[in-house]
Design a protein around this ligand. Sequence first.
Ligand SMILES: C[S@@+](CC[C@H](N)C(=O)[O-])C[C@H]1O[C@@H](n2cnc3c(N)ncnc32)[C@H](O)[C@@H]1O
Length: 323
Amino acid sequence: MKVHEPVLLQEVLEYLKPVPGGQYIDATLNGGGHTLAIAERIQPNGVVLGIEWDSSLFQETELRIKNYELRKSLILINDSYTNLKSIAEKHDFQPDGILFDLGLSSWHYEASGRGFSFKKDEPLDMRYNTESRSKNQEARQTAAEIVNLYSVPELEQILRDYGEEQFARSISESIGLNRKKRPIMTTDDLVAVINVAVPDWYKQQSSPSRRRPNGRATGSPTPRRKIHFATKTFQALRVVVNDELGNVAKGVRMAIDILKPGGRLVVISFQGHEDKLVREIFKEQVKAGRIIQPVKGTIRPTWPEQQANPRSRSAKMKVAEKV
Ligand SMILES: C[S@@+](CC[C@H](N)C(=O)[O-])C[C@H]1O[C@@H](n2cnc3c(N)ncnc32)[C@H](O)[C@@H]1O
């Protein structure tokens, strides 16, 4: 399995500014790429508290790094960052810096078996945490439950709002029609239903090698699209299944509350609506005099990073400093 490459790593270190002896939180641990790089910078006596919501992924990470020298500088927690405040209190943590690297990991596409990828036939689940009931959190519906139980107008709204899907109406109508014949339970079922709802040109994909540095396809006679025709539907469902925007709003506000004065908050987002939400929260908090923005606007991966790690292409990083 390909290891998840930490995105904007140099930039995270530059702006989070980890110092020896400091306390840092990585709110989205995954395989620990950023966590371990921060841990290296804070020796001796510094601590990184890493939070990961996905229990299977968390266990894999814990096991993989259990014999690392840096392990003694880490506190690893299997929980949602929406509980950031109580987690920090419990561990008597007053962070000098907090990182959010939002969204999902390569592991989810490649190894979770929960239907995050339209390239593999798997049950349509898409929950990061399948044990929410036992974690004292609202139980989350699976993607299959949403697809089969929500009304067609509700589905259309979801695809429009969270996927910016231009064929939201025809895809949701196709879901409505097809689920009457039999429930849509797998990723292949869903892709087939989208396939009949969108025009042929929407299904023509350009290969990444044919793109210019700006991401656009080179002068091809037929317009070709950068992404697969099911990408936006899958994204929209994942966002709703996990209440990703609600989580980001809660987590980022809590992070600002618990940071030490002068402490830094770094947020990397991959989707337009997440980035917009972070921008709005930062704006509101600047207005309230609670943070300043040491760098205005957005930090983007360099072109070499985008070439080496295609996943980084949509990354947008924002930085705040607690007043
Ligand atoms: C983009 S990955 C982070 C990659 C990580 N920075 C690295 O270098 O390997 C995002 C991670 O956040 C986790 N995640 C998503 N929502 C979460 C939440 N509410 N609380 C904690 N972790 C969450 C996902 O399961 C995923 O592992």
